[in-house]
Design a protein around this ligand. Sequence first.
Ligand SMILES: [Zn+2]
Length: 238
Amino acid sequence: MSAKLYFRYGSMGSGKSIELLRTNFNYKEKNQNTFLLTSILDDRYGIGKITTRIGLDSDAEIIDKNTNLFKLIKKKHFDEKYINCVLIDESQFLTKKHIWQLTDVVDNLGIPVICYGLKIDYRGELFEGSKYLLMLADAIDEIRTVCTCGKKATMIVRYLDNKPVFDGEQIIIGGNETYTSYCRKCWKKLKDETKKDLEWGLFYLLKRLNAFSVIKTYSESLNSVKFFELVYDIADDK
Ligand SMILES: [Zn+2]
């Protein structure tokens, strides 16, 4: 059987790292060698560790943007130990270059590579690593998790101080932020509600400043009829 490049993606909390460690265990049980790697961007639990929410962890070699994965794996394979499988966590943070290097590991060294990671970010956009894995992987599997409503969760909401956020930088790790997985429908609902809250926040601020011309201009660009009417009521009263 020829080696393959695998992409096993899942949303936040779908147990991707648990799957990785379980696959690692299965190889070890058959006395086969694995090579565990993870992205340096994820330093939540200390650099060079694959950690799970259920407390299992394992050491892993670090990948940063300058790492040549083909050279690194080839060296390990020929100079240190025969590698039966490469397992990579947080593969969404890999670059286009990294993914092409992994295809060389599969095609030229004949070593299977299994990448675990997120597909899309909290804004609903693809990560670079995931984009190229979706394009180039030989096999793609989804690790499923459920939304609070019971449907399959495919989207992520970023919470900053317990408030949902849908705009900003793609990669933000740690701090006082948390991420929760939702189905697409719940994600859109929450996004709409958040947008409305922001609009009302802005509206009250402008009202306090008596900036009615700004409110009028702003409200015309919105689709909220109720908002529109209220603004004009207040403006007329004035
Ligand atoms: Zn839902």
